[in-house]
Design a binder for this molecule. Structure first.
Ligand SMILES: [Zn+2]
Length: 73
């Protein structure tokens, strides 16, 4: 019985660690992505440093902003 409890605790501990790691990963993703989330092209490091939290390359970001404003091509 004791073993079962230990194993359950171990599992809960692992789950917590996993959730934490996922949370941290998400936070890192909020800073800046290395690849554009729309077209998967690498985002230049200069742009990533300049635009904190950018997740798209320049082209896709412009497209995205146009879409947000309801702009139709
Ligand atoms: Zn892109």
């Amino acid at each position: 019985m004791k073993d079962q409890i230990d194993r359950a605790n171990e599992l809960a501990e692992k789950e917590r660690e996993f959730a934490l790691a996922k949370y941290r990963q998400k936070q890192t993703a909020c800073v800046s992505l290395t690849d554009c989330e729309d077209c998967d092209e690498p985002i230049p490091e200069e742009r990533r440093r300049f635009v904190v939290g950018c997740t798209r390359c320049i082209d896709c970001q412009q497209d995205h902003e146009h879409r947000l404003k309801g702009y139709r091509k």
